[in-house]
Design a protein around this ligand. Structure first.
Ligand SMILES: Cc1cc2nc3c(=O)[nH]c(=O)nc-3n(C[C@H](O)[C@H](O)[C@H](O)COP(=O)(O)OP(=O)(O)OC[C@H]3O[C@@H](n4cnc5c(N)ncnc54)[C@H](O)[C@@H]3O)c2cc1C
Length: 333
């Protein structure tokens, strides 16, 4: 639970309108109910408001998100015919029962990763008993301009070939990586508002985009995150997201939904569904909106339909289709 938020019981919310904290009311405008009441059920008790900006936190965040590399720092990943490069694992941090953060050293101390926003990288590993190498994509959560290292947050799956391998690595060992694998190219103010619908580790590309938006003072894009998890412990990057909410209360909102909440959980319960989305994200006609989806297969199926391949987004189906969004308003990571 974030200490600087106040949660109110659901019954007190009836009739309240939910808006960005510093946004002026637009009476009668189509945006008036954009952040309107969250119905009992989907986000029961999820109404919260934000305390005033916390200058110490803001300074800390600024320090974190503004890269300190020189503008002509060499990029570790250049794409094209570069192929795989080996990065040395430097540090491992336990995040929860199945997820760890891995910090890899870039080849030179003053290198930046060179990964564009949004993009992923692919990792490759071939064990002694394996016929073919296993290749899996991951999305760095460290800032692309941070010199010297990159970080991956990786969940371990039972019998997961790559995630088990990486979780078994110890500092000093190397992993082959290649990138960038471009996803949705971001330019400042490309959309007025982005809605991010994520499940589990699907938060990683969402965080990459979010941090890019908020580290750029010229970018005024609003961001609404709807983040589904099993338990509270599974919410990745919770602290970082809370810091962004504190620093940008007028432009960043996060809604959390748990499928197995504790009895004290005050926000959304169950799965991300149409009623919740209708309430918290901008409607298809309301703004220059783009919706991003990333998560486990069941989330894609329910929300947007699955991608056919990395190059083929597949048909838009599910909740977003039913809510009237068009194919080109939705991007599946
Ligand atoms: C663009 C992109 C970016 C990604 N970024 C990240 C990231 O930053 N962090 C991260 O942890 N993962 C990320 N992933 C997922 C990652 O690429 C692997 O799919 C995941 O680590 C599992 O690989 P594995 O080899 O361990 O498991 P596999 O050997 O492929 O599968 C083992 C078992 O786990 C199940 N499984 C695999 N993946 C999932 C899943 N997503 N949800 C539910 N069950 C699953 C399989 O059904 C199977 O039963 C990303 C995927 C994509 C497409």
């Amino acid at each position: 639970m974030f200490s600087n938020r106040v949660f109110r019981p659901a019954q007190q919310l009836s009739g309240h309108v939910r808006r960005y904290a510093t946004e002026a009311p637009k009476s009668g405008g189509s945006n008036t109910i954009l952040y309107g009441v969250v119905g009992a059920g989907a986000l029961a008790g999820g109404y919260y408001y934000f305390s005033k900006e916390n200058p110490a936190k803001a300074a800390e965040l600024k320090q974190k998100v503004v890269g300190k590399a020189s503008p002509d720092a060499k990029k570790a990943f250049t794409g094209g015919d570069q192929g795989f490069i080996s990065l040395v694992l430097d540090e491992v941090e336990n995040i929860n029962h199945n997820t760890k953060k891995f910090r890899f050293k870039l080849p030179e101390e003053d290198n930046v990763s060179g990964l564009t926003v949004t993009s992923a990288l692919i990792t490759k590993y071939k064990g002694p008993e394996m016929e073919k190498p296993v290749i899996r994509p991951y999305t760095p959560t460290s800032d692309a301009d941070t010199p010297g290292y990159l970080e991956l947050i990786i969940k371990k799956y039972p019998n997961g070939q790559m995630s088990q391998h990486i979780h078994n690595m110890t500092p000093g060992q190397q992993l082959q990586m290649k990138g960038p694998i471009p996803k949705y190219p971001w330019t400042e103010n490309k959309h007025d508002h982005v809605a991010l619908i994520a499940g589990g580790t699907g938060i990683t590309p969402m965080y990459q985009l979010t941090r890019q938006i908020f580290k750029n003072p010229n970018d005024k894009t609003k961001v609404t995150l709807v983040f589904g998890n099993v338990t509270e412990e599974d919410i990745l990057l919770k602290k970082e997201l809370a810091e962004l909410e504190n620093q940008f209360p007028d432009r960043f909102r996060a809604f959390y939904v748990l499928s197995k909440p504790s009895k004290d959980w005050q926000q959304g319960k169950g799965h991300i569904n149409k009623d919740l989305l209708k309430t918290v994200i901008p409607g298809p006609k309301e703004e220059n909106v783009k919706i991003f989806v990333c998560g486990p297969p069941a989330l894609y199926e329910a929300i947007s339909g699955t991608k056919k391949s990395p190059a083929d987004q597949g048909e838009l189906t599910g909740c977003l289709k039913e809510l009237g969004y068009s194919q080109d308003q939705v991007y599946k990571f």
